[in-house]
Each structure stands twice: as C-alpha cells, then as structure tokens.
Design a protein around this ligand. Structure first.
Ligand code: NA7
Length: 554
C-alpha cells in the first residue's frame, strides 16, 4: 500500500452552482480543494444554454444562493423570471466576490475517476492526460448537462448549420432570412421557438409530443416586490426548504379539485393562468395524485390552446392527450401558442409524418421535403445520470458505476453509491434534484457533504460508504413515493424514457421537505446506513454483512 498523501483533499468536478458553493465551503474549512471544469468559465447549465429565449422557470427571487446574507442582499434581479445572461452574470459575480476562480482549473474535462485501493484515494484523469489524486471526489456535474442530438438518418449529409440549445455558440447566431427547423418541444424548444419565429424567414417546428405549457407573464420586478423578498429572506428560505415539496414557494391550495364545483375550478385555474408561472400546478392539492383531478387542469389548458390558436386542426395537434399534465416538466412560456398563428411558422407533426431522413438541404418526411438552412435540436439531455455515465468511474474492485447503474441508478439518498467510497454526487439520482428548485437542493447537499467531511476529520476517520442494504431500502422508497403519484405515467426524462436503451426507472426523489428531514435523521442516528472507517480495508466486511438501518423513511 502506498502511503503517499494525495495532493488534494477534495476534487470537485463542475463549476456550476453546485461546484462553486462546494469550493467556497470546503476552502473555508481548510480542505485543499480544486474544481475541474470542462468549459472555459463558470456557470454550468447557464454557461452552455445560451439560446435565444433561455430563461429560468423558477422565479428569480427564489433562484439564487442563500448561504450568504450579504450576497442575497446586494444582488438585485431585474425580472420575475431571469434570463440566461442575467443568471450567468450572477454566477460570475459570485465567483469573483468569493475569489473562487483561483481554485478552478478550466478547460479540463475529467474522463476517468478510479478509486485506487492500494493508495485508497481517487485518481482522476483529464482529457489532456493529467492525473490528479484526491482523498474525496465530489461530482457536481449537473442533472441536465449531457446534451443529446438524436441519431437521425442522413444528419451527416446536412449542409446547413446544426445547433443544440444546450450547447449554443457564444458569439450568437443571425437567423435573419433563414429557413430554420426546431426539433423538440420541451422547455427549451418552447422558449426558443417564439424567439426564432421573430428572427427566421420561416420556422418549422418538428413536434413529436406536444407539451403542456403555461404563460410566464414575465415582467420587471418592482422595488416593493424585491424589498418584500429581501426583508423576509430568512423566513422565505426556511419555508421553501422545510415546508414545500419542491423547495419553491407557490400559492399552495389545500383543497381537492374534485371537491370544487366546475365554476370554482374554472375560477381558480383562470386566476392562476392570468398570474402566470408554474403556480398553476398548485391550484388544487390532488392534481398529481388523482387522474380525474389532473384531467380538469389538463382540459383547462387544452381549452386555452383552442382559444389562442386560430386553426382548430393546429390547436388539436398542439394539445397533449396521452399523459397527465405535470408528469412531464411543465413548461413556462412567453407567447408559445400565439407563435403558431404567425404566417412564417409551420408545425410538422412527427407522429403523423416522421422525419425519414435528413438530406443535404433539409428534412424529408413521409409527406414532403422541408428545405432548411439550419436545424436547432431542442432534444434535451441524458438527464440526471448522463454526465456521470460520461466519466469512466470505477470504485472498489474496479467496479464501474455505469455498469452498476445499467438497470437504473442505485444510490443512498442520492448522495453516495455502495462500492464507491468517498465519492459524492451533488443532486444525484434518488435526491429531489430536478423536481426541486435545484439551488435549494444543491445548498443542502453541499452543506451535508461538508458536515460529513468535518465529521470524518474530527474523528480521525477517512472513509465513508453506504451499505448495500441502506441503498436497497432507499431505492425502494424512492420508487414507492413515485408510484404514489401520477409521475410514472409519462414517458419523461425523469424516467430515462428519452434516451434509447436507457433503463426506465423514476430517478428523482419527490419531496424536498421530507427528504431534508430524512437526511438529518440519518446523521443524528450516527450516519445510519453508512460505514465510516479509518482505512479503506475496514469498509470491506460490511458488504458481506450489511448493517440493518434504523432510519424511518416513511
Ligand atoms: P426535453 O424536455 O427533454 O425536451 C426534448 C424535446 O425533444 C421533447 O419534445 C422530445 O420529444 C423531443 N425529442 C427528443 N428526441 C427526439 C427525436 N429523436 N425526434 C423528435 N423529437 C425529439 O429537453 P429540454 O431541453 O426542452 O428541457 C430539459 C430541461 O432543461 C427542462 O425541463 C428544464 O428543466 C431545463 P418527446 O417528448 O421525447 O416525444
């Protein structure tokens, strides 16, 4: 066994919201920490997703760090829903304010992370062939960072320009006078389409599955709105963390849609539709658990589509019918349905006329050749596990994480996976992650991991790993919770359904409030379900003799 101490205590992969806060926190605690980032600057998701119309669908007063009172008081958001450039400015401000850049190695993609059992540390390998050793490895790689372009026949023959919303050119693109195709109508497509319609000569929207979207009603924030938030930040943040399922404050209804009269329902839905934003989801308390209740909300939105879109055939083609509303991420738009009334916009319904092949000058469907100068893929991400799978991660006995997760990700609390000591995932599968205000979830994970490393250090322990039985129980619990809702009814990226060949398993944990309590209970019970050890070899026996875990998840 090598006694050489690794050069780093902690290696963090990714310089988005998660990686930056992790660095700030650990550095202050005296851990030798370094962040590795593939891009040439900070920002993660907000660095890459620069497409026209890109905005956060969580309101800006809630979509920010809470760890520094000074930071949250000094920063002023200008709009109800912040644009990508404004969020990126905020992230850059944070990086500068806390002097984080000096400990971030940019333009460095981590290709592999191997647990070196001899030396008992993590050895990372970069794309450039550099090796880095660290006692702990923290994956802050993001849930929506592995952009996917589908394998369309003939794509290599296309002579026009190809873009993906999740990897947009920094210099911007001029689409004036161009015939543009957007493939995909998820949140990104629904944001880019109205903007593209204003720029392009003609826009062709290639839709496979229509999505439900609610109007954002975005507007500048008033001074009094900002003052109200800033004056009550502590309480607002506490409420979001401890009393909500999604870590976001909405106007939560306490009544069932089915107990309300038709008029009451119409009144409630209309009021929320007028106010805008994802608050619409919370009009009644059974919309995600009762199909009949859910259908009242879905039908309200379909009625709005019929009202807005002048051509009834087009309105019907834009109306989702084969999954419950909210079980795919609800989209929040500005003039999405209105855009289809423009003469320079055409909808290509891929359910009726699929793309047979891309050719050098466009896309050939079963019906016609659509000539295009540019194709924008708004086709999403290999979500939640994609960025982790892209790294060759191998743990004890050379076991690969992507092999272990082939039939679906297995983790304990979405924080660690058995067989991979000292490897943490921020907002990993099995944690609220994408079903929450992700900054709330990031801060909780970063704090939990930092406390855990302090716990180990103060007791002269160096290793931590979950037991297989704790992990099994957790995976079962995540599924039980999901199955008590309508979520699994949609072929969504929450289920891995957008990636051919990916296991269909519901990946996020539903319930920020409950999840946080469970994480605290696990710690109070002495890191229940984890093995803590002074050396790596002491981790071994537990795998054949798993501990029984006491923490009650229910
Ligand atoms: P999404 O939500 O995964 O949407 C991707 C869209 O692309 C969706 O409409 C897909 O249709 C469509 N798609 C995917 N593959 C194809 C192929 N092969 N052909 C045609 N259409 C396809 O990704 P977004 O980037 O919009 O949003 C992801 C999250 O990022 C979002 O929720 C925010 O949190 C930020 P499908 O529904 O699969 O039939």
């Amino acid at each position: 066994m090598s006694n050489k101490k690794p050069s780093l205590d902690v290696a963090v992969i990714g310089a988005g919201f998660a990686g930056l806060y992790m660095l700030h926190k650990l550095r202050a605690m005296g851990f030798r920490t370094r962040v590795f980032e593939a891009a040439d600057d900070v920002g993660g998701t907000w660095y890459w997703n620069r497409y026209p119309g890109a905005r956060c669908d969580v309101e800006s007063m809630q979509y920010s760090y809470s760890f520094s009172e000074d930071l949250q008081q000094e920063w002023t958001w200008t709009e109800r829903f912040a644009t990508q450039p404004e969020i990126l400015r905020y992230i850059n401000h944070v990086a500068d304010r806390f002097g984080l850049r000096s400990d971030i190695q940019f333009k460095t993609r981590i290709d592999a992370a191997r647990f070196d059992e001899g030396g008992s540390f993590w050895r990372l390998t970069t794309g450039g062939g550099e090796s880095i050793d660290a006692s702990y490895c923290i994956m802050a790689t993001g849930c929506l960072s592995n952009a996917r372009i589908p394998d369309l026949r003939g794509l290599a023959d296309f002579r026009g320009a190809i873009f993906h919303t999740g990897s947009w050119p920094h210099e911007g693109v001029d689409f004036a006078g161009k015939r543009v195709g957007v493939i995909g109508t998820g949140s990104s497509g629904i944001q880019v389409i109205p903007e593209m319609a204003k720029q392009a000569k003609h826009l062709y929207v290639f839709q496979r599955t229509p999505n439900f979207t609610v109007p954002a009603r975005n507007a500048p924030l008033t001074q009094s709105e900002v003052a109200n938030w800033k004056g009550n930040y502590a309480e607002h943040r506490r409420f979001a963390r401890e009393a909500t399922r999604s870590g976001t404050i909405y106007d939560f209804a306490k009544t069932s849609a089915l107990l309300a009269s038709e008029e009451e329902r119409a009144h409630e839905y209309s009021a929320r539709w007028k106010k805008g934003g994802a608050n619409f989801m919370h009009a009644f308390n059974d919309l995600l658990t009762d199909e009949r209740a859910n259908d009242t909300a879905a039908e309200f939105v379909r009625e709005r589509i019929r009202e807005i879109v002048k051509d009834p055939t087009l309105a019907e083609a834009l109306s989702p019918r084969d999954y419950p509303i909210f079980t795919k991420r609800i989209c929040v738009d500005t003039d999405y349905y209105e855009t289809f009334n423009r003469p320079n916009v055409s909808l290509i319904n891929l359910r009726k006329t699929p793309i047979e092949t891309i050719v050098e000058n466009g896309a050939r469907t079963a019906e016609s050749l659509i000539e295009l100068d540019a194709i924008i893929f708004a086709t999403g991400f290999d979500a939640i596990t994609g960025a982790l799978d892209a790294i060759d991660i191998s743990g004890r006995e050379g076991k690969q994480l992507r092999e272990k997760w082939r039939s679906g990700p297995r983790s304990y609390l979405g924080l660690m996976s058995a067989g991979f000591p000292n490897l943490f995932t921020v907002t990993g599968p099995g944690s609220p992650s994408v079903l929450s205000n992700v900054i709330v979830s990031i801060e909780q994970h970063v704090d939990w991991i930092a406390d855990c490393l302090e716990h180990l250090r103060s007791r002269n322990l160096a290793f931590i790993e979950p037991t297989v039985s704790a992990e099994d129980r957790w995976v079962e619990h995540v599924n039980e919770v999901a199955n008590s809702t309508l979520y699994p009814r949609a072929a969504s990226w929450y289920m891995g359904a957008n990636i051919p060949g990916k296991a269909r398993v519901f990946m996020p944990y539903i319930g920020v409030d409950k999840y946080r309590q469970i994480c605290r209970d696990v710690v109070s019970a002495g890191y229940d379900g984890f093995i803590l050890a002074p050396n790596a070899s002491s981790l071994q026996p537990s795998m054949t003799n798993p501990l029984q875990i006491e923490t009650n998840f229910d």
